[in-house]
Design a protein around this ligand. Structure first.
Ligand code: ZN
Ligand code: ZN
Length: 547
């Protein structure tokens, strides 16, 4: 616990809670870049001021420095000088910091440590004070000066610009489009501000997570998604994990009631205060970021922290299938939570599945009306058709544009499987056929040989596609085998070859086809299996996988 550092967090003035970076939604907005003159206390030659550019002029009331890049020739002579902060008449220093982008605006940055994360970082290095001019309600504080106090941020912005114009300190205004962070819950503009919050120290945890994937203990499929994971972990900052909302896991932190600035952690309700040994400490009301709790999911669901039988039996798990948008929100956090708390990686394979977009390429969204309800598709085409038709498109490209034609194709294929199976069963004439485990066919025809060979090839290929999580390719393989090799060719030949072995081979290929298709079309295949006169198990789903 490091209580000395004050940090800027993302604050939603409406929800009255902090948010992590990943909970922000960045939305493009047309705004302006305002160029403001800060007069030099002692002019240098003809230079009477230094100009800063900002998208948030109202925050200037809380500036405590102007920063320039140490190698920027334009500004070298100003470093160490002071400017008079307009509208406040405070004197603030001009400092040098290499974190600056000399290409942005004028190359001189106003530093507002209480309302910008980067500025807070600069302030810490240079020991600058932080002046909070915006409150947690999103209004200007008294420290912004009596003219501005209690105004909303946007009203204050207007007034600041008006005042600067009056004093001829506004050099120019440029149109500027930029990304505004907004609250993912309520869409309010986020106010970065200093707030006492709890942070999770990330260096060591991020390293553990990086190592787990670098060492191949965990593999991403497709592998390219590793980059998203590594990029995030390599640039990670400490994670603000406390939220001021009423649902969630309460933080296991207690406050001393005698020394209210002191806290201690305990995983059980403490009997006494470990700060003063006298008071009855109170647990703080903050709850954990919901993603912190979600990160415990793989093992907490098995009874952790108790060493349960389930945990011993089923942990670590094998495979996680998830969406690309939550690689960092969830996958990365599950990994380091598990390596830290259980000293095991939570799974071996992470499948990042394809994402289905609306026909025009937009994200499917309820509010935009671009979404498709899978239940409607199932109602219209059947669930096997919906599943098969979706998978059929998931090849190399992972951005799938929704196509109802593919679902229709899935329906036609499901019908084909149904009809062909019924037809094959008629051929077999419900005779008592016993399919041998390791068949040793004698006197096979050319057609027999061909279908048996194709079945072998298909089985092998399907295994390799499943092992490498290429479900789209698997559906293409099965479609071609069943429709073309089995239905178009073999069933036709079998009609002419009326003998006992042909019926056996027909039954053998049908049974194995059903097994191979089962993961992709579970309902129709199970339903056919139930009608087989030669079935050996109660259900297809517990049959042995073909070899
Ligand atoms: Zn909000
Ligand atoms: Zn105490």
């Amino acid at each position: 616990m490091d209580l000395s550092r004050k940090r800027v967090v993302n604050w939603c003035p409406r929800c009255q809670t902090s948010l992590s970076d990943l909970e922000l939604e960045h939305k493009e907005e047309k705004s302006h870049l305002w160029y403001i003159k800060y007069p030099l206390v002692k002019p240098i030659g003809t230079k009477k001021h230094i100009t800063v550019a900002t998208t948030r002029p109202e925050t200037m009331l809380g500036d405590t420095a102007v920063a320039v890049h140490p190698n920027d020739k334009k500004y070298k002579k100003f470093i160490g000088q002071k400017v008079i902060l307009p509208l406040t008449n405070r004197e603030i220093p001009i400092i040098a910091d290499s974190i600056l982008d000399p290409e942005f605006g004028t190359g001189a940055l106003k530093v507002t440590p209480a309302h910008s994360m980067i500025d807070a970082e600069i302030a810490e290095k240079h020991n600058l004070p932080a002046i909070q001019v915006i409150s947690d309600k999103g209004r200007m504080t008294k420290k912004a000066g009596h003219k501005f106090a209690s105004l909303t941020v946007l009203d204050a912005r207007e007034k600041v610009i008006k005042e600067l114009k009056k004093k001829k300190l506004l050099e120019k205004t440029k149109d500027y489009t930029h990304q505004i962070p907004r609250c993912y819950r309520c869409d309010s503009a986020i106010e970065p501000l200093i707030s006492p919050q709890w942070f999770l120290k990330m260096d060591n945890l991020a390293n553990q997570a990086i190592k787990a994937v670098k060492s191949n203990k965990i593999k991403f499929h497709p592998k390219r998604w590793e980059k998203v994971y590594f990029d995030w972990l390599k640039n990670i900052k400490d994670w603000c994990i406390s939220r001021q909302i009423w649902w969630g896991h309460q933080l296991p932190i207690w406050q001393c009631q005698n020394k209210k600035t002191e806290y201690f952690a305990s995983d059980k309700t403490p009997k006494e205060c470990s700060v003063c040994n006298k008071c009855k400490p109170e647990q703080i009301e903050d709850v954990l970021d919901t993603w912190f709790s979600s990160a415990l999911w793989p093992f907490a669901t098995l009874g952790w922290p108790k060493q349960t039988k389930d945990l011993k039996e089923f942990y670590p798990t094998n495979t996680l299938s998830t969406a690309r948008d939550i690689i960092n929100l969830w996958v990365a956090r599950m990994i380091f939570s598990s390596t830290e708390l259980i000293e095991k990686t939570p799974f071996q394979d992470v499948i990042i599945h394809a994402t289905i977009f609306a026909k025009n390429g937009q994200k499917m969204s309820k509010s935009l009306g671009t979404g498709v309800d899978p239940l409607d598709l199932i109602e219209q085409y059947g669930s096997d058709a919906t599943r098969f038709g979706m998978l059929y498109q998931a090849l190399i490209n992972q951005d799938i544009l929704f196509s109802e034609e593919n679902i229709l194709m899935g329906k036609k294929f499901a019908n084909k499987v149904w009809n062909a199976s019924r037809f094959a069963l008629m051929q077999i004439n419900k005779e008592k056929i016993k399919i041998p485990d390791n068949p040793n066919w004698k006197k096979t025809t050319k057609a027999d040989k061909k279908i048996l060979k194709q079945l072998n090839i298909t089985t092998k290929k399907l295994d390799s596609y499943l092992e490498t999580f290429q479900f789209g390719k698997a559906t293409h393989l099965l479609y071609d085998f069943f429709w073309h090799d089995f239905c178009d060719k073999y069933i036709e030949s079998a009609k002419k070859q009326d003998n006992a072995q042909t019926k056996q081979i027909l039954a053998y290929v049908l049974l194995n086809s059903l097994k191979l298709l089962h993961p992709f079309m579970p309902f129709v295949t199970e339903s056919i299996y139930q009608q087989l006169p030669f079935k050996e198990k109660e259900f297809l789903m517990i049959e042995n996988w073909p070899k």
